[in-house]
Design a protein around this ligand. Structure first.
Ligand code: NAI
Ligand code: MG
Length: 352
């Protein structure tokens, strides 16, 4: 029996609605598999925990989390209780950093029955691999002077180690997909880090002769996400470029409520963390209408991560058969509830 120990952190707001829904789906999947079991341990970390305890997680929270096989997180943030920078840095970003989750991956594809804001989305199915530890998001720099002489310097950090690591991850992923990697660059404007990025990309690509490559400047690449997203398979990007591209990817799918993400630890020292792209959605808390698909698709990414790609694909097929049947929450123009969508997915899975 494959027993996967998962730490569940629903967090704040609709995290408490969509995480239980996705856990029900995962338990159904485990039953179908027969040889697999999820062992969930629930952690109440979040803004209410902060009000009672003065911190977003227990003092030894990381210690408690570190031996799990994975972390399944909902959303963090309730600005009425705790300022956003305190809540995000005290839980989500802390886990990403301390557990060396150096790669962030976010797929975007047309879900049948979900209307993309694009006029002609065709059948796009892409995934962005974002370097998640350095790049433009560094704390190296400074500010000096006041008034008209005031200035700020922010340094970008690109190490060969982290750059190569992200690229190898992208190539390995491409081998399981359509065998194409696009590098997001800007070496025509950024004259040190991006030519370096291009060189490393060329070096790494030599180890993957069966994978096609191309390199696109980030400005043109962003435009292509709108004009022909179907031309992409895997895209590898620096921290900032990847951040922007992945929001664009979520937008062209039709709702932030369906977009999944994973923060991957690649050295095996700590668990990876799986979380949807959306936040705690304070405007719809308690209404029972939060779209559970982002969290459920995130569960599919967790299955893939544990080598259960067949089950992952089964789950994605179940999601699409529910969306194509028009069983949608209001963010997708539907009239159905979180519960109804979840029950329908479970029913579909049981029929496979
Ligand atoms: P948000 O993603 O929570 O909401 C943006 C809009 O999308 C809202 O209208 C919301 O109702 C809708 N929405 C989001 N997820 C949905 C779902 N599953 N189903 C239906 N509609 C959905 O972003 P916002 O409002 O900027 O942030 C709210 C709080 O969440 C803040 O405290 C913020 O810091 C936090 N946040 C946390 C994130 C995380 O935990 N990774 C990511 C983004 C925001
Ligand atoms: Mg972002």
């Amino acid at each position: 029996m494959k027993n996967l120990k998962i730490a569940s952190i629903p967090g704040d707001g609709i995290g408490n609605e969509v995480v239980p829904a996705a856990i029900k789906v995962l338990e159904t999947i485990a039953n179908i598999h027969g040889g697999m079991k999820f062992d969930f341990t629930h952690f109440p970390y979040g803004c209410e925990y902060y009000l009672e305890n003065g911190a977003m997680m227990a003092e030894d929270g990381l210690e408690r989390l570190k031996d799990f096989d994975g972390i399944f997180l909902g959303a963090v943030g309730n600005a009425k209780l705790v300022p956003d920078h305190v809540s995000l840095w005290g839980l989500l970003i802390k886990i990403r950093r301390e557990f060396e989750q150096v790669i962030n991956i976010r797929p975007a594809k047309v879900l049948k029955g979900v209307k993309s804001p694009l006029v002609n989305p065709k059948d796009f199915d892409l995934i962005v691999v974002r370097e998640n530890s350095e790049g433009e998001y560094s704390s190296v720099g400074g500010r000096i002077y006041q008034g008209e002489d005031e200035l700020a310097i922010q340094n970008n950090i690109f190490s060969r180690k982290a750059t190569e690591r992200a690229m190898r991850y992208a190539f390995e992923l491409a081998l399981k997909r359509k065998k194409h990697v696009t590098s997001a660059t800007k070496s025509n404007g950024i004259v040190y880090s991006m030519p370096f990025w291009d060189e490393v990309f060329k070096d790494v690509s030599k180890d993957y002769p069966t994978v096609d490559t191309d390199s696109q400047h980030i400005d043109a690449l962003s435009a292509f996400f709108i004009t022909h997203p179907d031309k992409f398979d895997v895209i590898v990007a620096s921290n900032l470029f990847g951040d922007i591209l992945t929001d664009l990817g979520a937008a062209i799918m039709g709702s932030i409520g369906v977009a999944p993400a994973a923060n991957i630890n690649v050295n095996g020292k700590y668990p990876s963390m799986f979380e949807p792209v959306h936040g705690s959605a304070p405007d719809i808390i308690g209404k029972g209408i939060a779209n559970p698909l982002g969290q459920i698709w995130t569960a599919k990414m967790m299955l893939d991560h544990f080598g259960e790609e067949e089950l992952g694909n089964l789950l994605l097929a179940a999601i699409e058969s529910v969306t194509s049947a028009g069983i949608l929450t209001p963010d997708l123009g539907g009239i159905h509830t979180t519960e109804e969508v979840t029950v329908e997915i479970i029913r579909k899975l049981a029929n496979y």
